[in-house]
Design a protein around this ligand. Structure first.
Ligand code: NAD
Ligand code: ZN
Ligand code: ZN
Length: 390
């Protein structure tokens, strides 16, 4: 089959690789019909995520049709159309029983590497480094899906791929980011980053009772899409975010802050962002933590910071004293996607939201390497790319 493989920093290629096979009775094999590129893939493309190996298949936002079924699978049969969460979860361990699927204790075969780096291993993820399981990803023509009774959700309503594909990741991720804020009715929510995750965080904040949503980025078309989602916008290239947020909130700051940027933050002219960039370039640091710092400084006293943005390692110069003395609450994590599949599918079916609004580019899998560059460099108005592997 054809698959998008990582070969090194800024080097992804469409290779011919062996078709996946059933390895475990709980597996199914999918023929992929649509699969997306995520901001998280950029951290791999840009060389931020350790333990990648040449030839690794990327991708964790796939859907498709079941073509082979392991002997132990009960809920799926050949021909079923499913969306696959990026998190691989067993459904039975201590954490899965608590619906903390991205913390699953059993699905990372390389748990020891993760334990050394983090103290405990999170769940295995599709297409996301060996430290997180070494599972082949879904930017491919076929995909092996382990624990097929726990992850994939069947789409039986005939909705087109584009409307349901983002149940795999970014819609639940934006939603959990907003839920993690514990929004009280009427709260002001500030969202850093107007990429796909930020866009869903904005719309989810409204669903969960925000009174005001303020979105921060510098890419005009992303800010425009945020404004379409009824957010007030701040361009961080043009104004100082702290000053602007204080002005907009009578000096208090937003009660709920969402960091939908993660470890590759830019910070125009700010000294800390320049230091981050230099350190990352010299391999002295793993993350560019500008948004974490800024959100802590901006957040209202007693407020919440929710972090869907991905971080990798040791973050520098975090104003923890400010966070402590202002009494902030932090919530974060890889999304417990399985928890949100049914309720968010119901919202799509009810017409409350059409997630396809975020798609700007649809290309063949063969053109994925160019699409990575277009998406990373935010060229050509690119906000979200969907790949067609047919
Ligand atoms: N927690 C999860 O389970 C999960 C799931 C999916 C994605 N993510 C992460 O969420 C983050 C966003 O993903 P995405 O697909 O939207 O990525 P993206 O790269 O398309 O978007 C990031 C946006 O942040 C903006 N940005 C950069 N620096 C900024 C700053 N200082 N202030 C405000 N905005 C700034 C960029 O201009 C860009 O528009 C990534 O870190 C990704 O890895 C996490
Ligand atoms: Zn993703
Ligand atoms: Zn589990």
């Amino acid at each position: 089959m054809k698959a998008l493989c990582w070969h090194g920093k800024s080097d992804v290629r469409v290779d011919t690789v062996p078709d996946p096979k059933i390895q475990d009775p709980g597996d199914v094999i999918l023929r992929i019909t649509a699969t997306a590129i995520c901001g998280s893939d950029l951290h791999l493309f840009d060389g931020y995520q350790p333990t990648m190996e040449a030839g690794d298949i990327l991708g964790h936002e796939p859907m498709g049709v079941v073509v082979e079924v392991g002997s132990g699978v009960k809920n799926l049969k050949k021909g079923d159309r499913v969306v696959v969460p990026f998190v691989i979860a067993c459904g039975e361990c201590f954490f899965c029983k608590r619906t903390e699927y991205s913390m699953c204790d059993t699905t990372n075969p390389n748990a020891e590497i993760a334990r050394k780096a983090m103290g405990a291993s999170p769940a295995g993820l599709f297409g996301f480094s060996h430290m997180l399981g070494g599972y082949a990803g879904g930017q491919a023509q076929y995909l092996r899906v382990p624990h097929a009774d726990v992850g994939p959700i069947k789409i039986e309503s005939g909705l087109p791929d584009e409307k349901v594909l983002f149940l795999s990741d970014i819609f639940p991720t934006g939603y959990m980011a907003a839920e993690n804020c514990a929004i009280e009715p009427g709260d002001t929510v500030a969202v850093w980053g107007c990429g796909p995750v930020g866009q869903f965080a904005i719309r989810s904040a409204w669903m969960l009772g925000a009174g005001r949503v303020i979105a921060i980025d510098r890419v005009p078309e992303r800010l425009a899409m945020a404004a379409k989602g009824k957010a007030e916008i701040i361009n961080f290239d043009e104004v100082k975010v702290y000053d602007q947020l204080m002005e907009m909130t009578a000096g208090r700051g937003p009660a709920r802050c969402i960091d939908a940027v993660g470890c590759e933050a830019h910070g125009m002219g700010s000294f800390d962002a320049m230091v981050d960039k230099a350190k990352a370039a010299l391999h002295l640091a793993t993350d560019r933590a500008h948004v974490v710092r800024e959100a802590i400084m901006c957040c209202r006293k007693g407020g919440t910071i929710s972090t869907p943005g991905v971080y990798v390692g040791m973050l520098d110069k975090i104003p923890f004293g400010a966070a402590m003395n202002k009494g902030l609450t932090f919530k974060m994590g890889q999304t417990h996607v399985q928890r949100y599949l049914k309720p968010l599918l119901a919202k799509i079916e009810a017409g409350d939201i059409d997630p396809s609004f975020v798609i700007t580019h649809k290309v063949k899998l063969a053109d994925a390497p160019d699409a990575y560059v277009t998406f990373r460099d935010k060229k050509d108005g690119c906000i979200k790319v969907v790949l067609d592997p047919s």
